[in-house]
Design a protein. Structure first.
Length: 69
């Protein structure tokens, strides 16, 4: 659970950058992927967030399966 809190905190710190900040690492990532439009970026961030949540759930389920074996 501590790792999950750490990842959530780090994600909020990285993704919660001010809207009027100068170009940084996150902007260069978006530019390299060449996404067109704000909605595509929002959907991409949502997919990443869901992917992280599913990964944590998979780890929990794997630990439970190993514990029962």
């Amino acid at each position: 659970m501590k790792i999950k809190n750490l990842v959530v905190g780090a994600s909020l710190a990285v993704l919660g950058a001010p809207a009027f900040a100068t170009a940084g690492a996150l902007d260069s990532i978006w530019a390299a992927v060449d996404l067109s439009g704000i909605s595509t970026q929002v959907i991409a961030v949502g997919v990443i967030a869901v992917g992280i949540a599913v990964a944590f759930k998979a780890i929990t389920l794997a630990k439970r399966a190993v514990g029962k074996a």
